[in-house]
Ligand binder design. Structure first.
Ligand SMILES: [Zn+2]
Ligand SMILES: [Zn+2]
Length: 415
């Protein structure tokens, strides 16, 4: 029931206007409240001004940790009257109108008061919720609604504006009031768990499941590691909360894993740059070694041209016509002889005036030929392989191991 402030008539709780006199049943702050706010603001300003004047004139040394200083007092001198004026002319927020009506009904009709506090909590800004929760808790306790009282008390421990008195004290001495409130909240929750009014749940990675925690907020079987995804619930809500805790734990773990992946990606960019530069260095080293080998000019006695690399059969020699020798490292090379070996493979002898070193192979008419250098003839590359037919005009390319492009190319007619 809502009692009309004007005519004291009883109205049902769904009415917005009094059924007797038509007065607003959810009024904003009255003129006296507004004037009161204005006077308090102006008085606070005057007092701060006096305090600032006294501090500056008397030159009192104040300890650094206190937040009181002439500057702070001067700021209040200006700010307090402005806030007083603002609160005197503002439109009363909806949550405050519900809260005001709730307070008027605490004695008259506690159930109406609880309903109004609940409506106020729905729209109140975060900072204001703690105070409203506390007022509703007192009412629940008075009506013997223990479960509801416990839930509000639990919500209060983590509410934004909770422990306002202690917070102010902490701020006054230069401490972090958020840290203070978080610590107080945890202490209160532990007390509620110890008293059995609230159950603490968390995921224990050693048990591999959600467990009910002890009053120290640890797994009863394992002191460490710290349980994850903590949740506080009323005793008869444990069953339903277990999947929620598990869900929360999975979400936290996924977030952690994503962070690890991002860090790994960020770190891998410089690492892959590093590997790439090492690879490039190795490649350029290989190229310069090859060039150095190819450009070495040794002085060796020219072997007699009648000598044959393999004694039989007598290769039928035709004069090859190199069509392209440029583009490789063996620019002065030329085909010295071609001939058939006993096993019907073709032998191609390449003459390299500056001598050769290293492992070579050749591709003749699309067939792989293996090459070797005989100790006595360092200026010749003997390459042999199968797949070429007599009389074919074939393209031949020579490759040095580790280098992709050919070091010498030519075209000749197979004997
Ligand atoms: Zn009325
Ligand atoms: Zn455990």
């Amino acid at each position: 029931m809502i009692q009309c402030l004007k005519c004291q008539a009883e109205n049902t709780s769904d009415r917005e206007k009094c059924q007797e006199c038509g007065a607003d049943l959810l009024p904003g702050e009255g003129i006296s409240d507004r004037l009161g706010n204005l006077v308090i603001g102006i008085l606070a300003g005057i007092l701060s001004g006096i305090a600032a004047y006294v501090m500056i004139e008397s030159d009192i040394e104040l300890p650094d940790c206190l937040i009181i200083s002439p500057q702070a007092c001067m700021f209040t001198t200006l700010a307090a009257p402005i806030m007083g004026i603002a609160s005197a002319v503002r439109k009363t927020p909806l949550y405050q109108r519900y809260a005001t009506r709730a307070r008027r009904h605490v004695e008259l009709d506690p159930e109406q008061a609880i309903a109004d506090f609940s409506r106020a909590l729905e729209t109140a800004p975060e900072k204001e919720r703690a105070g409203l929760l506390k007022e509703r808790t007192t009412l629940y306790e008075k009506l013997g609604m223990e479960e509801e009282a416990t839930r509000d008390e639990l919500d209060y421990t983590s509410a934004d504006g909770a422990y306002a008195g202690g917070r102010g004290f902490a701020r006054f001495f230069g401490a972090d009031d958020d840290v203070y409130a978080a610590g107080m909240g945890e202490e209160d929750r532990k007390k509620m768990v110890a008293a059995g009014r609230v159950k603490a749940l968390g995921y224990c990675s050693k048990c591999g499941r959600v467990v009910e925690l002890n009053p120290k907020l640890r797994c009863p079987d394992h002191e460490s590691p710290k349980p994850k995804a903590l949740k506080f619930v009323l005793p008869d809500e444990v069953e339903g909360a277990i999947p929620e805790v598990l869900n929360e734990y999975t979400k936290e773990r996924r977030t952690r894993r994503n962070i690890i992946i991002i860090v790994a990606l960020v770190l891998s960019v410089p690492l892959s740059c590093c590997l790439f530069s090492i690879a490039m260095q190795n490649l350029s080293k290989a190229i310069s070694t090859a060039t150095a080998t190819a450009s070495r000019i040794p002085i060796v006695p020219s072997p007699s041209p009648t000598q044959k690399p393999l004694s039989t059969p007598e290769p039928k020699i035709i004069m090859p016509s190199p069509t392209s020798g440029a583009g490789g490292y063996l620019t002065d090379a030329s085909i010295m002889s071609t001939g058939w070996l006993e096993d019907e493979s073709l032998l191609v002898t390449l003459h390299v005036p500056q001598c050769v070193d290293g492992n070579y192979r050749a591709v003749v008419g699309g067939n792989e030929f293996t090459c070797e250098i005989l100790e006595n003839y360092p200026d010749r590359l003997y390459c042999h392989g199968t797949g070429v037919k007599s009389g074919d005009q074939v393209e031949a390319s020579w490759y040095l191991e580790g280098i992709e492009s050919p070091v010498y190319e030519t075209i000749f007619i197979a004997p």
